[in-house]
Design a protein around this ligand. Structure first.
Ligand code: ASP
Length: 300
């Protein structure tokens, strides 16, 4: 699915293993001010967000600005011609006709990013595509794990919660095979994939004892609120201080955001020394800078 000729990043399947190390090394160098990344002067990058976003959108905006690239944001909530009936595909093609250096796109399943990558001349970077994947989120998570635990290889990532609807989890399933970490899932039966070859924990404590990294996912309240008592969910699967006693002192606690505080993760857990939630956000900018830098160099 990765369109090599245009350097697009649609998924993580076709990216070679060395490329991940290069991106992580660029991110390290950027954080130490050791990479001259201000290569984008006079260039534009188009950010098309057809679905809501806070972190990913602002992270790509920040990363673009830090590379000297002017980010052009199309936020579907502000008036656009989509309101007049223009299709998503036409919208993308028209923005592409303005010749930005890249298109960062967040969309639902109604737009096919792999197909779009064949129709435009610049790279498309997937910023969250339906339930299919969110590659830059998995990359920033892996970068955070590498930074704090030294390597991703051999780690045991427990993903807890709404795995079935999560594009973050989908991207981790791809990335884990590349970087050599194991993924297990945990949550109520209805939240887990119907068929999976992954290790499944129905009991959070057993999962936490196994894990070196524990990641809570947002409970997609729009889908499950009627079916589950959120109090029961918090008790059984929530990242509360009490439940997290089962997790090793050296392990990491993560969440891709946005958090339903008091459901999948309690607010006091954000102060836990193992918690990486805000570091994930900071690392997200570095990873996206590394990706955009590679795009400008023509070698993503
Ligand atoms: N921010 C992540 C995403 O866009 C996770 C979430 O929304 O639950 O997929």
């Amino acid at each position: 699915m990765l369109s090599r000729n245009t350097n697009s990043l649609i998924d993580l399947v076709s990216l070679e293993k060395e490329k991940f190390n290069t991106l992580f090394s660029f991110a390290d160098q950027i954080s130490l001010n050791k990479l001259a990344t201000q290569k984008g002067f006079g260039k534009t990058g188009a950010l098309l967000f057809f679905e809501a976003s806070t972190r990913t959108r602002m992270s790509f905006e920040t990363a673009s600005a830090r590379l000297g690239i002017y980010p052009l944001l199309l936020d579907v909530k502000s008036g656009t011609s989509l309101e007049k009936g223009e299709t998503l595909e036409d919208t993308v093609l028209n923005v592409a006709a303005m010749n930005p250096s890249y298109l960062v796109i967040r969309c639902g399943d109604d737009l096919n990013l792999s197909e779009m990558a064949k129709k435009v001349s610049m790279p498309i970077l997937n910023a969250g595509w339906g339930k299919k994947g969110h590659p830059t989120q998995a990359l920033l998570d892996a970068y955070t794990i590498r930074k704090h635990l030294g390597t991703c290889e051999g780690q045991r990532l427990l993903i807890v919660g709404d795995v079935r609807h999560s594009r973050v989890a989908a991207s981790h399933f791809e990335l884990a095979k590349k970087l050599g970490y194991e993924v297990a899932v945990c949550g109520p039966v209805d939240f887990l994939p119907e068929k999976t070859s992954l290790k499944v924990f129905s009991n959070l404590h057993e999962g936490l004892q196994w894990a070196t990294v524990a990641m809570a996912l947002r409970v997609q309240l729009e889908r499950h609120a009627m079916k589950y008592s959120l109090t029961d969910y918090r008790e059984q699967f929530g990242f509360t201080s009490k439940n997290l006693e089962s997790l090793s002192d050296n392990a990491l606690i993560m969440h891709p955001g946005p958090i339903n505080q008091g459901t999948e993760l309690d607010s006091d857990v954000l102060q836990d020394p193992r918690c990486q939630v805000l570091n994930q956000v900071s690392n997200g900018v570095l990873i996206r800078q590394a990706i955009l830098y590679s795009v400008l160099e023509g070698e993503l």
